[in-house]
Ligand binder design. Structure first.
Ligand code: SF4
Length: 377
């Protein structure tokens, strides 16, 4: 963030927030700059973000966990620089979070009831995990109440509702075949509810933080696509910003783990990469504070931000069948020609889809449609 003025120079005082955390202004501004770039906002929005994070008012957040592994919570909390990443936690008042709060048992449930009663229409509800619907939801109960019952009470009284992770998005691994509990995402459990979905297994903590920062800064959730996913994080295909894309276009593919092409960093399409059909910003924001991301580390994308990925994208190392022109008997030149035509068509289609999405911007988002299982070609 070279060239940025201090917060005071920009008419913003974040001193109360920085005090006691050992965070210097430069780190704070770098964090605000990261949030602006993740949200695809110009740098001129940095002061507004800094001001929002420095505000005295602390919006209340209620974080529910149902059928999950708590991996989304871990993703949200795992910042290599917790002093800076924790600023958002300090800006929020997290009244209920089973993994984080000290209270337990009846005290915890009383806290939830009190928050929903006192902060009605004011708090942000975050849902992690799927909701079982079979046998009256008996497969996930908390304090004697079903997940479905709790979700209805908390989410219908919230100012904004966010789902984090594939499970809360469409059902995730709990809903994978044979789906013994009838697990569904929040959109299906509560049709007609306005929801912002942050799918992924887990979702990138940067995108969770950026969504909350957007709400804190603008008082509204970011724009979403037809499945309720914020456009800043899910508006583009991984394939279109992948550092291995030039090798895809040139027909240069890894054929076996550890082969010469793998060591050279060639395209992982033949090894089952789902990047050509997966919408996510992993390639640009990366993971672990920008250190790397799965494709960068040599493993193909598994498509975890798309609905139904756990059934539709397995086996994960099976090549996507819907791009013709590939096969052991196909020459590299033929592959290249085929891909150029397909790439042009894909760009045209994606552009059209983006335009339609931008125009639609639905108010209400229901459960995403799970695609039919792919067939091997
Ligand atoms: S197929 Fe995967 S590895 Fe190859 S360019 Fe696309 S996203 Fe990158």
């Amino acid at each position: 963030m070279a060239g940025l003025a201090s917060t005071e120079d920009r008419g913003v005082s974040a001193a109360p927030l920085l005090e006691g955390r050992g965070v210097d202004r430069r780190s704070f501004l770098a964090f605000c700059g990261l949030m602006a770039s993740t949200l695809v906002l110009p740098e001129s929005y940095v002061p507004a973000i800094a001001k929002a994070l420095g505000a005295a008012k602390r919006p209340v957040l209620v974080w529910l966990e149902f059928q999950d592994c708590a991996g989304c919570t871990e993703s949200f909390l795992r910042a290599s620089n917790p002093s800076v990443g924790g600023l958002v936690l300090d800006t929020l008042s997290i009244n209920y979070h089973e993994t984080l709060m000290a209270a337990s048992g009846k005290d915890a449930e009383a806290l939830l009831k009190q928050t929903v009663g006192n902060e009605r229409g004011q708090y942000i509800a975050v849902v992690e995990g799927a909701i079982p619907t079979k046998d009256n939801g008996v497969y996930c109960t908390i304090g004697g109440r079903s997940a479905l019952d709790i979700a209805h009470e908390v989410c219908s009284n919230a100012a904004a509702v966010i789902t984090v992770g594939a499970c809360a998005f469409y059902g995730g691994w709990p809903s994978a075949n044979p789906d013994p509990t009838g697990a569904v995402g929040l959109g299906s459990a509560m049709p007609g509810t306005k929801i912002v979905n942050l799918p992924g297994c887990p979702p990138n903590g940067v995108n969770i933080t950026a969504t909350l920062v957007h709400f804190l800064t603008f008082g509204a959730m970011p724009e979403v696509d037809a499945m309720g996913r914020p456009l800043f994080a899910y508006g583009e295909l991984i394939h279109d910003s992948c550092e291995r894309r030039a090798h895809f276009d040139a027909g240069e593919f890894v054929q076996a783990w550890g082969d010469d092409a793998h060591r050279k960093g060639w395209c992982l399409y033949e090894m089952g990469c789902k990047g050509p059909e997966t919408h996510h910003n992993c390639a640009s924001v990366r993971w672990n504070d920008g250190t790397n991301w799965p494709v960068g580390a040599g493993h193909g994308c598994i498509g975890c931000s798309e609905p139904g990925f756990f059934d539709a994208d397995t086996p994960f190392y099976k090549r996507l069948p819907n791009v013709p022109g590939f096969g052991v008997q196909t020459t590299a030149d033929e592959i290249g020609v085929g891909i150029v035509a397909l790439t042009a068509a894909a760009f045209a289609t994606h552009g059209l889809i983006s335009i339609v999405r931008n125009r639609l911007q639905p108010e209400v988002v229901d459960e995403p449609t799970v695609p039919v299982e792919r067939e091997e070609n």
